[in-house]
Design a protein around this ligand. Structure first.
Ligand SMILES: Cc1cc2nc3c(=O)[nH]c(=O)nc-3n(C[C@H](O)[C@H](O)[C@H](O)COP(=O)(O)OP(=O)(O)OC[C@H]3O[C@@H](n4cnc5c(N)ncnc54)[C@H](O)[C@@H]3O)c2cc1C
Length: 457
């Protein structure tokens, strides 16, 4: 008799796991049911800012595979608009509510993949009765925002609350749609994922495209008129708004897991081993934004909610529960984003992470250009490197530059992953031609500067 796999959450991690399991085990061996409470499966939340801006014209371009495709090509029974409300490990069954039909179903499982993602932080002042305030966590959220932006009277003034990469990308999207945009951030800098000196370059670029950035400002409430948001109230006074977008970060969605007794780690994510098994709970796997993982540089458990990890972790879980062998070896915190033409990349530890982890380190910043200085389109690029003082090992890197900057972080990520020293990096055989780099690539210039700093120290 076939075993049953139940998947909770039908996006990146959940459906990657389901598809990989199916590739290894056919229906006579494994029946697969995936519950998704929203209207979509396997969509790119990462693409939401670009659909909101209009760069990606159609919402459905963000959907990689819909339920019909999963049914036809993978024999996976996807149940949209079904919210799993309980996991009973003793009886090995889940309870799911049909959000449209109203009924409740109980489904038994032999294997379970928990892939519920993350919950956006929603502040107390975000009164759900006030219309015009949106998160952008799911495609359903984005659809609601898009409908509000497209409706008459068209909103003209937007306030984005939170200056993380999602807030920054959304601010850019709204500027591109022609709204006036204010971004409010409680901390002293936007883009807390990079050091303050690098974040200052990002803030300058944002101001350059017309985004009004207010840092060190706390939002305390909303003003409304006839049930529609009219202003965001801050300690510095009200900011008029016809639409508010929340980008305040996320936490792992572990409510069901906790209720079922699955182990929660120090970072707040579900604990998993390298094969994405939940330790001590046979047949239960977890992957994606709901889990914690190992930071390979600090050695600490961390919660890094990124699609790149969710896809890989889901794949690993699916291969293993399909009878194969795969591991997820942890992360080093590589991420890229952009604000208009300005590109931002980061990997490894920031200065404050390195200090908190007990490293003694040097950090250097090198300015050069993306192409040979004489070649048309040459623009500034700033590379920052953080290296361990005693060994010279690279601990972290950040890049901000006008073009061809973001993906250069991958070179640094590979060096960091392989524990290279900055001295070794100075000899890296990187490609050179005037349209692509100066004769000394910005990465090599920064490595040389780091070596100098180590020798001086
Ligand atoms: C605007 C935005 C931009 C982003 N940009 C990037 C980027 O550029 N690069 C990058 O690497 N990452 C990016 N991310 C992050 C990336 O989208 C997530 O890391 C990724 O989607 C996580 O996949 P997941 O499957 O773990 O969770 P999710 O994609 O959140 O999927 C979880 C699914 O589970 C469903 N669910 C939850 N609970 C239940 C339940 N009880 N019953 C049934 N269904 C349930 C949810 O409806 C959801 O569809 C971005 C995210 C956002 C929001």
């Amino acid at each position: 008799m076939a075993q049953r796999l139940i998947v909770v959450g039908g996006d990146a991690a959940g459906m990657a796991a389901a598809s990989q399991a199916r590739r290894r085990r056919d229906r006579s061996d494994l029946e697969i049911v995936a519950f998704e409470r929203g209207h979509f499966t396997s969509y790119s939340a990462c693409g939401i800012p670009y659909w909101i801006s209009g760069v990606v014209p159609e919402r459905d371009q963000l959907i990689a595979r819909d339920p019909a495709t999963f049914r036809a090509d993978f024999d996976i029974d996807v149940r949209l608009r079904h919210e799993v409300t309980a996991i009973d490990l003793a009886r090995r069954e889940v309870v799911a509510r049909d959000l449209d039909g109203g009924g409740e179903v109980r489904e038994p499982f032999d294997e379970l993949v928990y892939a519920t993602g993350a919950v956006p932080k929603r502040p107390d002042w975000a009164d759900p009765e006030v219309r015009g305030v949106f998160g952008v966590q799911t495609l359903d959220d984005a659809s609601a925002l898009r409908a509000w932006l497209d409706a008459e009277p068209a909103p003209r003034r937007a306030v984005v609350v939170g200056g993380g990469y999602i807030g920054v990308e959304m601010a850019e999207a709204l500027i591109q749609r022609g709204l006036s945009v204010t971004l409010v951030e409680q901390a002293d800098q936007p883009m807390a994922t990079v050091d303050p000196d690098m974040a200052a370059l990002v803030a300058d670029a944002m101001r350059g495209i017309g985004i009004d950035i207010r840092t060190g400002v706390e939002v305390t409430g909303l003003d409304e008129r006839a049930g529609r948001v009219s202003a965001v109230v801050t300690a510095d006074g009200p900011l008029p708004a016809d639409v508010v977008v929340l980008g305040l970060g996320v936490r792992p969605d572990t409510a069901l897991a906790e209720a079922a007794g699955l182990p929660i780690g120090l970072s707040g994510g579900i604990r998993v081993d390298r094969r994405m098994r939940v330790p001590g709970v046979p047949g239960v796997w977890a992957a994606g934004d709901c889990v914690e993982t190992l930071h390979r540089v600090s050695g600490l458990p961390v919660h890094v909610p990124l699609g790149t990890h969710a896809n890989k972790q889901g794949r690993v879980a699916g291969i293993n529960l399909g009878g194969g062998y795969a591991t997820f070896p942890g992360v080093i915190g590589t991420a890229v984003t952009k604000v208009c033409e300005l590109e931002v990349g980061r990997t490894g530890l920031r200065e404050r992470d390195a200090a908190a982890s007990g490293f003694e380190f040097v950090s250097v910043r090198a300015e050069s250009t993306n192409r040979a200085g004489y070649y048309p389109g040459a623009r500034t690029m700033t590379v920052k490197l953080i290296a361990e003082r005693s060994s010279g090992r690279l601990l972290g890197a950040q890049i901000v530059g006008w073009s061809e900057a973001a993906k250069r972080i991958d070179t640094l990520a590979v060096a960091l992953w392989n524990e290279m020293t900055v001295d070794e990096m100075t000899a890296l055989d990187l490609g050179y031609a005037p349209p692509y780099a100066p004769v000394w690539d910005p990465v090599l210039i920064a490595a040389r500067k780091a070596v100098d700093a180590l020798h001086q120290g």
